[in-house]
Structure formats: C-alpha cells, structure tokens
Design a protein around this ligand. Structure first.
Ligand SMILES: *Cc1c(COP(=O)(O)O)cnc(C)c1O
Length: 385
C-alpha cells in the first residue's frame, strides 16, 4: 500500500524546458520573464496591473503600505486563515482585529466584519479560504460606506470565480501565492494585483529597494542613469527562473481546476451519503478551485476529528487538520483580551480536516480515502465504547 499525500504540485517537462531556457539566457534575476508573467497573470485575472513578489506574504505587506495603512490603524482579518494573513498588518504597525467566519464557507461575511469594525478600521483583508470565493459584494457595500480598503488574500484562489469573473478582480488589491501548497507554484512566489495604477507603480518600486530605475532597465543601457531611493524599500523580487515556471503553470490552470473539481465531485458524492460528515461546496455566488477539500467531522459522527485522522493514517492516507485559528497562537497574545468571541472559527478549527486532493491523484487512491471514511462511519460511537 503506497502512501497518499495530501497535496502534490503538478510540474512537468515544460517547466524543465522553461527553466533551461532562462539559465541558458544568462539572465536569472527579475527580468523579461517576470514582466511577461505579470502581463499574462493580469490578463487572466481580469485586472489592470500585476506586480510579482517573492511570496503572498510580501505582497500583503506591500498592499498594506500602498493602501496607506500604518501605525494605530486597525485591519480586520479572519483568524481562520494561515498565520500570514494576521501577521501582515503588524508589519506596518497596524493591529489585526479578528472577525469570525461563516460555517458553510469558512470565509468572513459583511456581518462578521461589521461586528468588529471601529472608527480605527482602515482596511479589511478578506480571504478566499481553501479556494472558496468570499462573498465580496456585501463586504464592498459596508466598506465603501466606511471608507475601508478591501485587500483580498487570494493566496488559495487562483482559478476560483466570483460572480462569473476571477476572484480578486473586485477587491482594491489582491495578493496571490505560488507556494507548492497552492494551485500554481513557482517554488516560492507571489503576486499583487490591482486596478490602481499609482498603487501598482509604488508596489513595483518598493519590491525592488524603492529604486527609481529597475535593475532590468539599467542593464539595458550602456551608460546607466543614476538611481534615486525616495523611500525605504524591500527586496521582495521574484526571479526570472520562478517566473518562467509560473508562465507554464498559468497555462495549466484551467486543466488543474477541471481535474480538482472532478475529484471534488467524487468526494462530495460519497460524503453526502455519510451522516455526520459535511464537505466544503461551491457557494451560490461562485465556483471554487478546491485548493483544500475540507470536511467537517460533526459531533454526531462516530469518531472525532483526531479519530478520523488516525483511521486515515492507518490506511496510509496523509490528511491534515483544517485551517488554523491565528487568535489562539502565542504570537497574538498581546491582543487576546480584546478579541471578540470567535465561535465559528473555533468550531471549524477543531472539527475540520483536509483530504488529499491533487492533479495526479488517481480514482483508485481516492477510493481508498473514501472507503476509509465509510468504515470510520460504522465505528462504534466513542461514548458507547
Ligand atoms: C499560503 C497562504 C499565505 C502565504 O503565502 P506565501 O506565498 O507562503 O507567503 C497567505 N494567506 C493564505 C490564506 C494562505 O493560504
């Protein structure tokens, strides 16, 4: 019996060829391939500007800076997210204020955001958690009224749609990740997208030490213009090696999404027939990419979440506990007393788990995962044991 991993990136000979070309060209740092990746990404995500970065985390940092968020400001974020979402506001001296999430989507809603908004709130980071599109329109209505910037953490969202267009397109700024745990990968990497030209221009500079002339432009001239550093910048650049892989990956996106949705549908069909288990699903307003196929192990199920994970491990299936809750981490102890109650976040963090789902997952392997769940469902109820 071979082990089934929870996630595996889909990379092939095309990526190898693309990398070889970059190496043979002699230009491996940020250059023409990054520019092309940005152009193609912007086009595919229906936005005017895309700025490649070293990660989604650095894109979130730049997003907050260009949106003018700083010391003393509050940024509403879901606690129910990878820690980077909550970390980002602290980089600019702002305070992350945790909003609860909806039980069916795992995402913040206009109601959960409204519950924690204050006069200090300057931005909200909404997340397409696990690739489930967040319901932007009601959040937009709330934020426009209060002059709050909407940043979308679309780290998991490539290939998901909201109202018929790509997620992220309706936010003021969006941040994307190309970590191997996401649908598209460049090893490490990220992207900032926006329709605001000033913000895009500033982000482009800030990611490269806030240099007035990019290294790529200077290289193109024999007599280089002296550069000016008007503000403190960062090195958040993506390399041309990464971008070359990214361009190939972007071309694979429709096929990746098609396959993931096919596998998700197979999971959903079986799980719908198991009382006590509930699977993530498309919301009414969009389609997900099933970056994470999570199930809710409800209190009336035969085993608890840890019991299901143990049963899967015996079957050599590597599943994972669901999304974390940032507010429970020691890093956020400073604000612990100020947190509003987050009952849905805590329920989902304690009861959900992520099943294996990746492009090359075979139906046979997926059947082994589902058979294990069916057997687990018939296990003796813990309380009866
Ligand atoms: C993965 C992830 C990030 C971090 O992405 P990096 O590219 O690793 O910095 C941020 N937010 C969410 C919701 C994520 O899932």
């Amino acid at each position: 019996m071979s082990r089934i991993n929870v996630m595996k990136p889909w990379l092939g000979a095309e990526e190898v060829l693309a990398l070889t070309e970059v190496i043979e060209s002699g230009w491996v740092a940020q250059g023409p391939r990054v520019a092309r990746f940005e152009m193609e990404f912007a086009q595919q995500m229906h936005v005017d500007f895309a700025v490649a970065t070293s990660s989604c985390t650095s894109a979130l940092h730049l997003a907050l800076i260009v949106a003018g968020i700083g010391v003393g400001d509050e940024v509403v974020v879901p606690s129910f997210s990878f820690i980077a979402t909550a970390n980002a506001p602290t980089y600019v001296g702002a305070r992350p204020v945790f909003a609860d999430v909806d039980l069916t989507t795992g995402n913040v809603t206009a109601q959960t955001v409204a519950a924690v908004v204050s006069t200090q709130t300057r931005a909200v980071i909404i997340v397409d958690q696990g690739g489930v599109p967040v319901d932007l329109a009601p959040v937009r209505e709330l934020c426009d009224r209060l002059d709050i910037v909407i940043i979308e953490d679309a780290a998991c969202g490539a290939g998901s749609t909201y109202g018929g267009r790509p997620v992220g397109a309706g936010a003021d700024i969006a941040a994307w990740s190309f970590h191997p745990r996401k649908l598209l990968t460049t090893g490490e990497g990220g992207m900032l997208t926006t329709n605001n030209e000033d913000w895009a221009t500033r982000a482009r500079r800030l990611r490269e030490h806030a240099m007035s002339v990019s290294a790529n432009d200077r290289q193109g001239r024999l007599l280089a213009v002296p550069e000016v550093y008007a503000e403190i910048g960062y090195n958040y650049r993506m390399t041309d090696l990464q971008a070359a892989v990214g361009i190939v990956q972007l071309g694979r996106l429709p096929e990746i999404v098609r396959r993931r949705r096919e596998l998700a549908e197979r999971y959903a069909g079986v799980i719908a027939g198991i009382p006590g288990l509930r699977a993530v699903d498309d919301p009414a307003w969009g389609t997900g990419n099933f970056q994470s196929f999570w199930i809710d192990v409800q209190p009336d199920f035969a085993l608890d979440r840890e019991g299901v994970l143990a049963a899967l491990a015996v079957a050599e299936v590597s599943a994972r506990r669901g999304i974390m809750a940032a507010h429970r981490q020691p890093a956020f102890d400073a604000w612990r007393d100020q947190n509003a109650p987050l009952p849905v976040t805590e329920y989902l963090t304690d009861h959900t788990l992520i099943l294996p789902l990746y492009h090359d997952l075979t139906f046979a392997d997926q059947d082994r995962v589902m058979d294990t769940l069916v057997v687990a469902a018939s296990a003796q109820k813990r309380s009866a044991a």
